[in-house]
Design a protein around this ligand. Structure first.
Ligand SMILES: Cc1cc2nc3c(=O)[nH]c(=O)nc-3n(C[C@H](O)[C@H](O)[C@H](O)COP(=O)(O)OP(=O)(O)OC[C@H]3O[C@@H](n4cnc5c(N)ncnc54)[C@H](O)[C@@H]3O)c2cc1C
Length: 610
């Protein structure tokens, strides 16, 4: 790690230590995908100069990023872009937080470190939507390239990598109460799955986190990938790109990306390619600021249109989450102790610093993924599927049709539940001087894997400093509301199933006062859902890899339509949202993009990746 820090600090100075103002490749955004891609390009094309430009700082020594148990503490800080949504009518006009990493490593520095994969048919769907070469087989090859998994008694052998820069491990800190997880789900008929990263995630399981188990540190794009980059990679931090510069031989010919203009007006040129890796919220905005997008959006923002591409910023999809919390019996200790017992917290922090087993090691490791039949039985599942068809059955969108096909494929998960130690709900941990202050909790977080809502993100001004208008349309249709209601009812059922039911005293949230345990209380569940559903922060689809006629922004080689050498490589290219947590797919997309770009960079004769 010391070595990693030294190397990455050297690359993190805010000066271009470069052969000149021209680079062969410019990657915009040093986040999850951008850091991965830039590292692979530097190694695979050793004679090329690669510039990675990141708006945020390098923060390799930052405890709030590195210590797994401090996950979430960076949200709302200087490392977060702090985006918010428009008011969401389906969710009582609430405004949702939309955190995104503004730091080298991007959102991989802020995320909650769940490391898993969707089912094989969900990646195959990307190919069947018109993207040759994209499938489970091609994605698992590149996703595993990103990872070195530490073998565990809790896991088998499928779908994990052994040579990649990101270190993963099933967390060694397993709270006593979490031991109830697998037997409880087994009692609900959900079988143990010890191979859940291998293309079939259905079942109950322990899953890894992106943690380096030699030092018990977060392993992410900045300390994992960039530390291994070649000397031909140049990294500019605290530097924001304002637009991509485009040229053309004639008005009707394809545009050539000639470089970028920074926010301060500096122009940096690219000889070969420019890649946008600014993430699902900001890559579409950079295209729009460069004149690529919908006419109505561009004219409102005062930007002249260069390429008419109506799909830019559309097709926004995200997972929604809903949660319930339970007060543990007095004999259990939870992660909450770190917030109310400062002496204990200091002891635990010292243990972490010494590399000893510590509560600060903790990340979630207990998950379940299921289809609706498994969760609620075939009758209730049929009602949900029929509702989905009534919402989207007549839609001409290939994305809507694909999501309906996921619903009728029993291999595709529709519901995820995570056992999360400590209180991680919405109403807040009990305040000091209230009876429950100092109590310990656990939270069950459910996420709807394929909501039918889609939204958009667009610029409203030609000034890069103006935040975009982000409208995910959460809970904008009855299927999504009913799916979230089904999810939270199922969560209560899990909590009331032994052996988990023996762990707790009361349901703290929502609680039996807010939602009594009665048969006809759907109105109350609906209130709870619309009041407390959150995002689980997986926005995708806003620069979709799709045929142009279907609203696509990039082709199967990730090249922006109407350009010869401008690509988008990040979460925004996923045409349809997959289940689970999406960072492994983002790393896989970047690894695949590197293979494509290295393979086509004939001027440099390709090269050897690491
Ligand atoms: C709070 C949170 C928790 C999450 N938890 C999990 C989890 O547990 N497991 C999981 O699998 N996924 C999780 N995710 C999702 C996952 O982390 C993201 O989907 C993924 O990291 C996105 O990668 P990306 O490369 O698309 O974008 P990012 O990693 O966000 O990278 C974009 C980068 O571009 C930079 N940038 C933007 N605009 C400019 C510009 N104009 N000039 C220069 N630089 C720019 C940004 O600063 C950023 O560094 C979580 C996300 C968040 C926010």
């Amino acid at each position: 790690v010391d070595e990693n820090i030294a190397i990455a600090d050297a690359t993190a100075e805010s000066t271009v230590k470069a052969p000149g103002p021209k680079f062969d490749f410019i990657v915009v955004g040093g986040g999850t995908a951008g850091s991965t891609l830039a590292t692979r390009l530097s190694l695979g094309l050793p004679w090329a100069s690669v510039l990675l430009i990141e708006a945020g700082p390098s923060a390799l020594g930052e405890d709030r990023i590195n210590i797994p148990g401090r996950k979430g503490s960076t949200l709302g800080t200087v490392y977060d872009w702090n985006f918010t949504t428009t008011t969401q009518p389906g969710a009582r006009n609430r405004v949702f937080a939309a955190p995104r990493g503004k730091v080298l490593g991007g959102s991989s520095a802020l995320n909650l470190m769940s490391w898993d994969r969707a089912s094989a048919p969900e990646y195959d769907a990307w190919g069947s939507l018109g993207n040759a070469g994209w499938s489970w087989d091609s994605m698992i090859a590149t996703m595993t390239k990103a990872e070195t998994f530490t073998p565990s008694a809790h896991y088998g052998s499928q779908g994990v990598g052994s040579t990649g820069p990101i270190k993963t491990v099933i967390n060694r800190f397993i709270p006593e109460q979490q031991n109830s997880w697998i037997p409880t789900m087994n009692n609900l008929g959900i079988p143990l799955n010890r191979e859940s990263l291998g293309g079939n995630p259905l079942g109950v399981m322990y899953q890894p986190s992106n943690i380096d188990s030699t030092v018990w540190n977060r392993s992410y794009a900045a300390n994992g990938y960039l530390a291994q980059a070649g000397p031909n990679l140049h990294v500019l931090t605290n530097t924001r790109v304002a637009k991509i510069n485009l040229a053309a031989k004639s008005p009707s010919s394809s545009r050539v990306a000639t470089g970028v203009t920074l926010q301060n007006g500096t122009v940096i040129s690219a000889r070969e390619e420019v890649v946008l890796s600014a993430g699902s919220i900001q890559s579409p905005g950079l295209l729009e600021l460069s004149g690529i997008g919908r006419q109505d959006v561009l004219s409102t923002a005062g930007v002249s249109q260069v390429i008419d591409l109506p799909g830019v910023g559309e097709n926004l999809q995200d997972h929604i989450r809903i949660q319930a919390s339970y007060e543990l019996k007095g004999n259990y200790k939870s992660f909450d102790m770190l917030r109310y017992n400062t002496t204990f917290a200091t002891e635990q922090l010292n243990l972490w610093r010494q590399g000893q087993l510590s509560m600060y090691d903790y990340t979630g490791s207990a998950y379940t993924f299921m289809n609706w039949d498994q969760a609620v039985g075939t009758n209730a599942s049929a009602v949900l599927k029929s509702l989905a068809r009534s919402v989207a059955g007549t839609s001409i969108s290939v994305i809507d049709q694909k999501r309906l096909s996921f619903l009728s494929n029993p291999a595709v998960p529709q519901l995820e539940v995570i056992f999360s130690d400590g209180y991680t709900g919405v109403k807040g941990y009990p305040l000091p001087d209230t009876p429950l202050y100092g109590k310990n909790f656990f939270t069950l977080i459910a996420a709807v894997m394929h909501p039918l809502s889609r939204g958009s993100v667009h610029i409203t001004s030609s000034n890069i400093s103006t935040h975009p208008t982000l409208n995910p349309n959460y809970l904008s249709n009855e299927y999504d509301v009913q799916a979230a209601m089904t999810a939270i009812k199922y969560v209560r059922r899990i909590a009331n199933t032994p052996p988990m039911s023996d762990l707790w005293v009361t349901e703290y949230e929502p609680g039996l006062v807010a939602v009594p345990d009665a048969a006809n209380n759907d109105a109350l569940w609906r209130d709870f859902v619309t009041n407390t559903t959150l995002s689980i922060f997986h926005p995708v689809g806003t620069c979709a890899m799709l045929p142009r006629s279907q609203g696509g922004v990039v082709d199967a080689k990730l090249t922006v339509y109407g350009t010869t050498n401008l690509r988008v490589v990040d979460a925004s290219v996923m045409p349809v949202l997959i289940s689970g947590h999406i960072q492994t797919a983002v790393y896989g997309i970047a690894e695949r993009a590197a293979e494509i770009m290295i393979g086509s960079a004939t001027r440099y004769g390709g090269g050897k990746g690491m």
